[in-house]
Ligand binder design. Structure first.
Ligand code: FUB
Length: 327
């Protein structure tokens, strides 16, 4: 029998896991992580060290129960359009079906977003033959809103290639905006009811400061880098994301799922390892932050482990900053 899960400790230790997207399905916590591999690929700003080949689904009956690994849920070899690098996934439920959204490089080396389906939240998932038409970049996160509309948020700088899509088509040599120009925002697209295609062209989300001025590209403590997540609290939309180079999880709030979002503050201070990536979920009467660090491997950037802790709101709806090592 596996040990009970513990806050701020690796959820599983028999494999490396990262980028946890947590949801409550069928009364349990289901976690959809990346599955990091133990290899010695070159490590660079392009993210070549994140060379993952499959997904495993994890679940917990509650926060004190053992974390179960349901085994391989989808493998690269079964995805006709994908060549390499299964990065951060997310899952959603609609139409009596579970949908796994995931990024991968296609056979031209361009990151796209695919979907796979299953009748069970634990998988296995069957991939669609092609990626979502019009999709690009990485880190899909799906919000099924209370009115039944579904949105996918995505995008990541550097290896995530978002800079290369500023004109709407892929420009292999394009660079990001100058430090005094507005930062690139994540993209959002409403999904069709089939959850397999975009209802519209993706649009850029604007993230602004309290005065309504866009967050600038040089403002690395606040600008968007990768790993978007949108959840609702008291009727407002909370967009949280990684700042990449400054290694924080921060958030911004809006009354519209497509923004503009007003920057609020830091949710998670830097973790061990370069990347930081998270999700936020309500389970019973508590809110939880799922995140990762590289503690299990002693700090290897591409060998990470998924953890969780409780998240608290202040009375004014702001989120209390979490120090992951302050137990
Ligand atoms: O796991 C590969 C990439 O690292 C993810 O897609 C990013 O969000 C970062 O965590």
């Amino acid at each position: 029998m596996a040990n009970p899960a513990k806050r701020n400790e690796p959820l599983v230790t028999h494999i490396y896991t990262a980028d946890p997207s947590a949801h409550v399905f069928e009364g349990k916590l289901y976690i959809y992580p990346s599955h990091d591999l133990d290899h010695d690929k070159v490590s660079n700003d392009n993210g070549d060290q994140y060379d993952m080949e499959d997904y495993h689904v994890l679940s917990m009956e509650d926060e004190n129960a053992p974390c179960i690994d349901h085994g391989e849920a989808l493998h690269l070899r079964d995805i006709p359009w994908a060549k390499q690098q299964l990065w951060a996934p997310d899952a959603a439920y609609k139409n009596n079906t579970y949908y796994l959204f995931f990024p991968a490089r296609d056979h031209d080396g361009i990151f796209r977003i695919g979907v796979a389906t299953s009748p069970s939240p634990a998988g296995p998932f069957t991939p669609q033959p092609n990626y979502i038409p019009g999709s690009f970049s990485i880190d899909p996160a799906v919000l099924v809103d209370d009115d039944g509309k579904s949105y996918v948020y995505f995008g990541g700088l550097w290896g995530g290639q978002l800079e290369k899509w500023q004109t709407g088509t892929f420009q292999p040599d394009a660079e990001g905006p100058a430090a005094d120009e507005p930062a690139l925002g994540p993209r959002v697209a409403e999904l069709n009811d089939d959850m397999l295609s975009f209802k519209e062209s993706p649009q850029e989300i604007s993230i602004v400061d309290e005065d309504g001025k866009p967050i600038l590209a040089g403002d690395e403590d606040r600008r968007y880098f990768e790993g978007p997540w949108v959840h609702k609290y008291n009727g407002l939309y909370y967009l949280s994301y990684s700042t990449g180079t400054t290694h924080r999880i921060v958030y911004a709030v809006s009354d519209n799922p497509k923004g503009p979002y007003v920057f609020k503050g830091t949710i998670l201070t830097p973790v061990v390892g370069w990347t930081t990536h998270h999700s936020i979920v309500q389970f019973k009467d508590k809110w939880y932050l799922f995140y990762h660090d590289s503690s299990l491997s002693g700090g290897a950037d591409n060998k990470r482990c998924v953890k969780f802790t409780e998240l608290h709101y202040n009375d004014d709806g702001t989120i209390r900053t979490i120090d992951p090592y302050d137990n």
